[in-house]
Design a protein around this ligand. Structure first.
Ligand code: HEM
Length: 572
């Protein structure tokens, strides 16, 4: 048996090496970085310390770069060219599919075929049910639920500061993680993790699972291409039996990954079962009378699915996979972004003062206003309490130009998702806005042929920092670039990127763009306005290293014990 296995392994390796030896890259004429090892670009691209590698790509090699596959794989492309991105994400989006690496990974994490693991018509069908729950009108109606959580956050931080000596550093990431998880729990699922209770077992377990699952997955990146085959493996009993062996593997990453993805699943099942039970007992009316008045995203999705034509309805496992996708999409990205905002503010007291002044003026305008709107108890559109309250409603928050500019500039310069991966399923010619030079002939190329099977890395952070697109100060934090301007008016030559948010790539673009963009922006503005009105922030002694896992994750420089963002906070 053993000699047979050895022979089989050797034969597989020989076939693989032969294929690699015969491999001729279709991209030899395209400039790109030399890989740091024989294993090609993968170790550089997924290097947690390698954010600079992504940032320098466009400036050093242009808006299309060749990534050499080395001895283990084929060459790939790294693209930030606006016209090429339009083709990849919008015009030819059916050709440039989400890679099987990520569809396999998310299929396992979400326990089913939700948005993150399906393509073409199935993806379109699911988005048709999901997009309507994220309209501005729906998001505005979540404002009272958001404030409910923001008030808990404020009370919890005030209590922590009251029991600590003045000037004591606190971990603001812990605050933003609890806030964004509780926000998506209450406003998304109509559920609570009691996230501000330090002893909450549910918070601890869920938080451990959601933060560990992608972190450990990024350590398994060499195995990602096989996860799609694994999750579709038949017969199912064989896959289940093999899965039972994972806890015995002498490597913690796959064990942790499995444990984390299995910890979250029962929560989603319970949420869905609760909604179904309520519906059976009292129909839609019962759902509308629940704690969230039926405004949470899960209830809206339940309704949208209930009202859909039979062929369009999502089965329960797909609803659960999408709940999981929404919670995942919302949690790491937004909590990291919020902690980035606070650390930026902590280093820049005048920015805090300017934002506080803008908030104060907006409150004064409200208090001095004699309109009927202000004399009524709640806002007719978003139900925010108006009379006697300092909490700005959805519209008031959206009308603050400086807060808006800071929000855009931070999400441009510090893009939480650094890149996304697509795979070409057909040969496709892609036009370029910025021509590149053939490294052999020196000729200018205005288009490139992307061949079937090529991995295409869409550089979201690199496109957001390209000097050709944003001007020579592209890498400088300058909120003023947005003053009085919309989307492409703030780029160097009115260049249009196919991004969903303000002409940037932060939330991607095209049919697979982030559906939760409005939720995220409203959350960021509301949480920041709450924090700024109650606390002043000061820089802590340590510096932060933002590490590149699937989303950017902050660590104190030289301390790998876990993600943290220390700042000093003072009650106002
Ligand atoms: C600052 C916060 C956020 C950022 C930067 C962000 C960014 C992104 C990006 C870049 C993608 C595309 C990923 C890919 O195709 O590989 C995406 C997809 C997605 N996001 Fe977000 N997101 C944020 C917040 C949210 C929130 C708050 C939600 C939900 C409430 C959400 C839900 C989703 C979902 C469900 C998808 C998958 C869409 C699909 O495949 O059709 N995201 N997000």
């Amino acid at each position: 048996m053993i000699p047979l296995l050895v022979a089989f392994t050797l034969a597989t390796m020989l076939i693989f090496l032969f294929r690699q030896w015969r491999y001729r890259s279709p991209y030899e004429h395209i400039p790109g970085p030399a890989p740091s090892s024989l294993f090609g670009y993968l170790l550089d691209l997924y290097n947690p310390e390698g954010l600079g590698w992504h940032f320098q790509m466009t400036e050093k090699f242009g808006h299309v770069a060749r990534l050499k596959g080395g001895i283990v794989g084929s060459d790939a492309l790294y693209i930030t060219d606006p016209t090429a991105l339009h083709s990849i994400l919008v015009r030819d989006h059916n050709v440039f599919r989400n890679s099987i690496e990520f569809s396999g990974l998310f299929g396992i994490v979400h326990h089913g075929d939700g948005l993150a693991s399906v393509y073409d018509d199935e993806h379109k069908k699911q988005r048709k049910l999901i997009d309507p729950i994220f309209t501005p009108n729906r998001i505005s109606k979540l404002t009272p639920l958001f404030y409910n959580v923001a008030r808990q956050m404020k009370a919890s931080l005030a209590a922590d500061l009251a029991s600590a000596p003045p000037g004591q550093e606190i971990d603001i990431l812990d605050v933003t993680v609890r806030t964004s998880l509780e926000l998506i729990a209450q406003a998304g699922l109509g559920h609570t993790f009691n996230s501000f209770d330090r002893d909450s077992k549910e918070f601890k377990e869920f938080h451990w699972a959601i933060t560990s699952v992608l972190l450990t997955a990024s350590r398994l990146f060499l195995f990602l291409p096989y996860l799609e085959t694994w999750r579709k493996m038949k017969p199912v009993w064989l896959r289940r039996s093999l899965a039972r062996l994972v806890p015995y593997i002498p490597w913690s990453a796959p064990r942790k990954f499995q444990e984390a993805s299995e910890t979250m699943y029962p929560i989603y099942q319970t949420v869905l079962e609760d909604k179904k039970r309520l519906f059976r007992q009292g129909g839609m009316e019962a759902l509308e009378e629940s704690a969230t008045s039926g405004k949470d995203l899960m209830t809206l999705l339940f309704k949208s699915n209930w009202e859909a034509q039979t062929d369009d309805k999502m089965p329960d496992d797909v609803v659960i996979a999408n709940l999981s996708a929404v919670v995942h999409g919302a949690q790491e990205t937004t909590s990291g972004a919020l902690s980035r905002f606070v650390s930026l503010l902590a280093s820049n007291p005048s920015l805090q003062d300017q934002l506080r002044e803008e908030l104060r003026e907006a409150r004064d305008v409200r208090h001095n206003s004699t309109t009927i709107r202000i004399n009524s108890n709640t806002c007719a559109c978003c139900s925010t309490k108006l009379k006697g309250s300092d909490e700005l409603d959805f519209h008031e928050l959206n009308d603050l130009p400086f807060l808006d500019a800071v929000c855009r500039e931070t999400l441009r310069l510090f893009t939480p998702v650094t890149f996304v991966l697509k795979r070409a399923i057909e040969d496709t010619v892609v036009p370029l806005q910025y021509p590149i030079r053939d490294v052999k002939t020196g000729q200018e190329m205005h288009e490139i042929l992307i061949t079937k099977g090529t991995h295409v890395y869409v550089g979201l952070a690199a496109a957001n920092r390209s000097a050709a697109i944003w001007g020579p100060d592209a890498s400088v934090f300058r909120p003023e670039r947005w003053f009085g301007k919309m989307g492409h008016e703030s780029t160097a030559e009115n260049t249009r990127l196919p991004g969903l948010y303000s002409n940037m790539m932060t939330f991607l673009g095209g049919p697979r763009a982030c559906p939760g963009m409005r939720f995220a922006i409203h959350e960021i503005k509301l949480v920041l306005s709450t924090l700024l009105q109650s606390f002043a922030f000061e820089k802590a002694s340590s510096d932060i290293d933002w590490k590149l896992y699937i989303t950017l994750t902050p660590y104190v420089a030289g301390d790998d014990t876990g993600p943290k963002v220390p700042v000093k906070a003072y009650p106002l």
